[in-house]
Design a protein. Structure first.
Ligand SMILES: NC(=O)c1ccc[n+]([C@@H]2O[C@H](COP(=O)([O-])OP(=O)(O)OC[C@H]3O[C@@H](n4cnc5c(N)ncnc54)[C@H](OP(=O)(O)O)[C@@H]3O)[C@@H](O)[C@H]2O)c1
Length: 248
């Protein structure tokens, strides 16, 4: 069977940045699997993308539930037998930012369950299918809020945003990138982190994001789309945003 079709799985693709990644990559001819948490919203997105002529499948993929991850990979395996791009977009803020002394274990666990353990499970489970593709790319949607360098730079906006759970979880997402990139060095699979920058979505409060000058999803998704569109791009173990490199 030919492996000419670029097969892409986007998690949390029913709305926000994930929907934009799915739509833009689909318009470039990639076959999109929407990994949806909320199947009603996923169905609506699938119908909208399909109406635009995009080849799109819908799968239930709750990244905190291994059985749905297994079913997602089984569906991709059955249809194509390989996966080119795993866009680990699904993520949560957990709620309003809290100082470390006010952050409960329950809150920390909730955020890490999705952002760190969920993303790790996606990477681990997708690897066999990624290795069967002519090239494989794992893109972890991280955040500059996970950058230790920015957090300690008094001139950075991120110095003043002490959002313990979310920032620590995105720092941990960067460790997923670094650790798997080293393990997969020399193979056909690369792993990179991308930072969309502050984007007006439902991640926390869309209205507040807009009031603080957040960019549109089209702008926020640009770097991820660039990274996911060029099969020859063999960058591995990087952390970038549209403006360039982000310090770890
Ligand atoms: N917006 C920003 O300023 C910004 C900046 C830097 C990085 N990011 C990152 O960008 C990514 C996308 O966020 P967004 O801003 O587009 O927010 P969003 O609109 O809230 O989208 C997040 C998506 O992930 C889904 N999701 C949550 N838990 C999930 C799970 N367990 N399994 C599968 N899907 C799950 C959400 O579904 P439900 O809505 O049904 O829960 C939603 O569809 C996140 O990783 C976020 O951390 C965002």
């Amino acid at each position: 069977m030919s492996k000419d079709t670029i097969v892409t799985l986007v998690t949390g693709a029913e709305k926000g940045l994930g929907r934009e990644y799915a739509e833009q990559l689909g318009k470039k001819g990639q076959h999109i699997f929407i990994g949806a948490y909320d199947m009603d919203a996923g169905k609506k997105t699938q119908e909208e993308l399909s109406a635009e002529g995009i080849a799109v499948d819908l799968v239930h993929c709750d990244i905190t539930d291994q059985s749905t991850i297994d079913n997602t990979m089984a569906a991709i395996d059955k249809k194509f037998g390989y996966l080119n791009i795993l866009l680990n977009n699904a993520g949560i803020s957990g709620g309003a930012p809290k100082k470390p002394s006010e952050t409960s274990d329950e809150f920390l666990r909730k955020v890490f369950d999705t952002n760190f353990f969920g993303t790790t499970a996606m990477v681990r489970t997708a690897l066999p299918l990624l290795k069967k593709a002519p090239f494989g790319k794992i893109l972890n949607v991280s955040s500059e809020m996970g950058s230790l360098t920015a957090a300690m730079d008094k001139n950075s906006l991120f110095y003043h945003l002490n959002s313990f759970a979310y920032s620590a979880s995105k720092g941990a997402v960067n460790w997923i990138t670094v650790s798997f990139a080293k393990e997969l060095e020399g193979t056909s699979v690369t792993v990179n982190s991308v930072d969309p920058g502050m984007t007006a979505t439902d991640l926390l409060n869309k209205k507040a994001f807009e009031e603080h000058g957040a960019q549109s999803v089209a702008d926020g998704a640009r770097r991820g789309i660039e990274m996911a569109s060029d099969p020859k791009n063999d960058a591995n173990g990087t952390f970038t945003q549209e403006a360039g490199k982000v310090a770890w």
